[in-house]
Design a protein around this ligand. Structure first.
Ligand SMILES: Cc1ncc(COP(=O)(O)O)c(C=O)c1O
Length: 382
């Protein structure tokens, strides 16, 4: 391995949201979705070069970025995107919000699977639109869509379905049959799908492959907004850059119109970092995947040894959704943070307080220490 994923980097002095959250410095922060690894030199060198020019200013989207992005999507999933379909936005969450504004008129609603990354339910509220939740089924630890619930809950007013593939927090990589069924239902009811695929380059599960929702058939292509980008894959979280891929011309121009005057510029450094990541980050990315697979094994093994906890997968990403239902804990999130001193993300934020989400995008030694602490805290419970 040429990159040092084992290196411990002090992040409290780097304005890190993750590392500044807990006032108790003993707590190991393992919550928000950025990783504790440094970006590869392939990215930072490009940024240095740009910085050294010393002049920034308003920036047009580099065509070369869109070209390499398209090339990468094709390489990773086979989906062939046209240049004009791509709208760059300053972040995935911005994309989710603008998608709600674009597809839903006042009084219309989006269906959102639950549990889910909270901005999915915040977006319709921000845009003064409604939402309805469909509970995902926990099938032996894998979060799956409950198609019966989806069908039962759909109403005339439901105009959009928010899909998260791979899923956050569950890590599910949805398979062909699942996408086919979702697509069938949406087609029947004329529903547009906003598919957040920001974690799609981080598939860990042997045999699983990411299928872009839009690539499945012509209906999906014409009736979808795909949100994706480099920030999770290359640990550029916090950089204001993501792509909304919208093949339908009318939908895309509505989406663009809804960004006017509200959605900020993307700064030149974000463009430079994104282009360098897609162009030269492949080696780092493939080593990252190997490291995350190892960490996932460490995590699974550790959690399996603790009575009352269970975890399967995740099939993708660096976030584990730990099932604490058998633990009998009233508030597992608090227990992990206060008793084990492991700063997990409370499941309540995603819609289920009986789970916690742990971020294993960190040096293995840190993960091992966290698991020891969790084990000890559980063994000392009375
Ligand atoms: C599914 C998903 N979408 C979007 C985001 C955030 O994207 P951004 O930081 O670009 O707004 C996250 C971050 O965790 C995420 O998990």
């Amino acid at each position: 391995m040429n990159y040092s994923f084992d290196q411990i980097i002090e992040r409290r002095n780097a304005y890190s949201t993750k590392w500044l959250k807990f006032s108790d410095n003993e707590v190991i922060p393992m919550w928000i979705a950025d990783m504790d690894f440094s970006c590869p030199e392939e990215i930072t060198n490009a940024m240095h070069k740009h910085l050294d020019k010393g002049v920034f200013g308003y920036t047009d989207t580099p065509e070369s970025l869109t070209e390499i992005f398209i090339e990468k999507i094709k390489e990773n999933s086979g989906w062939e995107i046209k240049k004009e379909w791509v709208v760059w936005v300053p972040g995935g969450v911005v994309g989710l919000n603008v998608a709600c504004k674009t597809t839903l008129a006042p009084g219309e609603i989006v269906m959102v699977p639950s549990p889910i990354y909270a901005p999915f339910t915040e977006a319709p509220e921000n845009m003064e639109r409604g939402f309805i939740k469909t509970d995902l089924k926990d099938v032996n630890g894998r979060l799956e869509l409950d198609f019966e619930s989806v069908k039962d809950l759909l109403s005339e007013d439901t105009k959009m379905f928010s899909f998260c593939n791979p899923h956050n927090p569950g890590g599910t990589v949805f398979r062909t049959e699942e996408i086919e069924e979702l697509s069938r239902i949406c087609k029947e009811k004329n529903i547009i799908v906003c598919s957040d695929e920001i974690h799609s380059d981080l598939v860990l599960e042997e045999g699983a492959t990411h299928i872009p929702f839009a690539s499945f058939d012509d209906y999906n292509l014409e009736n979808s907004i795909t949100i994706t980008g480099p920030c999770k894959t290359y640990n550029l979280a916090g950089f204001p850059i993501a792509a909304a891929v919208i093949p339908n011309n009318e939908l895309r121009s509505d989406f663009q119109r809804n960004t006017n005057g509200i959605v900020s510029h993307i700064d030149s450094m974000a463009f430079v970092a994104a282009e360098a990541a897609y162009s030269n980050g492949e080696k780092w990315h493939s080593e990252l995947l190997n490291y995350l697979k190892l960490n996932r094994e460490i995590l699974l093994q550790g959690i399996r040894e603790i009575e009352g906890l269970s975890l399967t997968g995740p099939e993708a990403g660096f976030l584990g959704w730990i099932d604490c239902r058998e633990s009998g804990l009233e508030n597992p999130g608090n227990f992990f943070i206060e008793e084990a001193k492991v700063g997990v993300h409370d499941g309540a934020w995603f819609g289920n307080k009986d789970y916690v989400r742990i971020n294993f995008g960190c040096p293995s030694s840190v993960l091992e220490e966290a698991l020891l602490r969790i084990k000890k805290a559980f063994s000392q419970r009375n």
